[in-house]
Write a protein that binds this ligand. Structure first.
Ligand SMILES: C[S@@+](CC[C@H](N)C(=O)[O-])C[C@H]1O[C@@H](n2cnc3c(N)ncnc32)[C@H](O)[C@@H]1O
Ligand SMILES: O=c1cc(-c2ccc(O)cc2)oc2c(O)c(O)ccc12
Length: 313
């Protein structure tokens, strides 16, 4: 084997080992949450030294080396930051990163239900609600998309977390949440928020706009076109001024960084396994819109791994 081949061989070997051991990442993340490490660091109010962490975890001091290695792994994966403490003789101290701030239990945007769901997929609606609380961040950046509307139907809107945030943010907007009857049974609305138990393939109430957040990626092309046609009927009384607002991923391997593409492609595999659904490229979205009889669309790549797409008749 010449030198170049040897370099390629060892790079290939490393990549393969990295993939093979990759399943340890979610496992370690879950252990960190089960041990309450994000909460401990958050409650500490400043970076926590290794000894302080071991003491808070009530782990025998003899195990300090294990905690150190565990935290090194998580820090390498950008779940925690490692600082050199200025006060404590340059001891190592751990801080939260943007990722672990989302695992602190009393934070409004806490995503730990999503993590638990991956090992125990029973509480689907709790998971969806935890994701939907992020919508407040989207709405702050996209007020122009909603502020001219008088009414909106959140199709497949689950237990109404997104709709409640929309109602709070836009005080003149009336919002209907449409989901399957068993999902919305026993849910109470308010004067501007109501729940309809129905099948989105059959009929959707009339409104100025229809919201589809994390719905279409659950379905194959044929079913998406059926749903979009029902949505088009729902906004028909608004002529060309009605619109569909889709919140979902748009795969763009050329423009996105490696992390973002990784998330979208993982989600694509999850959708393929769980629902025969898929994440889509812009061209694939465009074909759906044309297939359902829409003329125009505009994509806002403004928040995280998902985009907001406005679709017009
Ligand atoms: C992945 S969840 C998304 C929930 C919510 N939009 C969100 O982002 O949190 C998909 C939703 O579609 C609903 N759904 C599935 N089939 C439906 C149907 N035929 N009619 C109405 N809703 C449906 C599910 O009950 C579920 O609430
Ligand atoms: O993050 C998810 C995960 C699922 C999922 C994974 C495994 C299963 O056995 C069932 C479901 O489903 C999701 C989904 O439908 C969605 O719209 C968004 C996120 C997820």
């Amino acid at each position: 084997m010449d030198n170049q081949n040897a370099i390629e061989f060892f790079e290939g070997q490393n990549l393969l080992y990295m993939q093979i051991f990759g399943n340890l990442r979610p496992v370690c993340l879950m252990w960190a949450c089960e041990l309450g490490i994000p909460d401990i660091i958050s409650n500490h109010g400043k970076p926590i030294t290794l000894l302080e962490l071991v003491s808070a975890l009530q782990i025998p001091p003899s195990k300090v080396g294990f905690v150190k290695r565990f935290m090194r792994f998580l820090a390498h994966n950008r779940i925690f930051d490692i600082h050199e403490s200025q006060e404590d003789h340059h001891e190592l101290a751990y801080a939260l990163t943007p990722a672990s701030k989302l695992l602190v239990n009393d934070s409004i945007h806490c995503l730990s239900p999503m993590l638990q769901f991956m090992t125990d997929p029973c509480n689907f609606f709790l998971v969806m609600a935890s994701d939907s609380r992020m919508v407040d961040l989207v709405l702050k950046n996209c007020t122009s998309i909603f502020e001219e509307l008088d009414s909106i139907v959140d199709v497949g809107g689950g237990t109404g977390t997104t709709a409640r945030i929309i109602c709070e943010t836009f005080p003149k907007l009336k919002c209907v949440v449409l989901d399957l009857p068993h999902v919305v049974a026993n849910l109470t609305g308010s004067n501007r928020l109501s729940f309809v138990g129905s099948d989105m393939f059959k009929s959707i109430p009339q409104a100025d706009a229809v919201l589809l957040k994390w719905v279409l990626h659950d379905w194959n092309e044929e079913n998406c076109i059926k749903i979009l046609k029902r949505c088009k009927d729902s906004i028909s009384s608004k002529g060309n001024r009605g619109k569909i607002i889709i919140i979902d991923a748009v795969i763009n391997e050329k423009l996105d960084d490696q992390d973002k593409t990784q998330t979208k492609l993982c989600m694509d595999i999850a959708m393929m396994i769980a629902f025969n659904g898929n994440e889509r490229t812009e061209e694939e979205w465009k074909q759906l819109f044309i297939g359902a009889g829409f003329q125009h669309y505009k994509i806002y790549h403004t928040f995280g791994f998902r985009s907001l797409i406005e679709v017009y008749p």
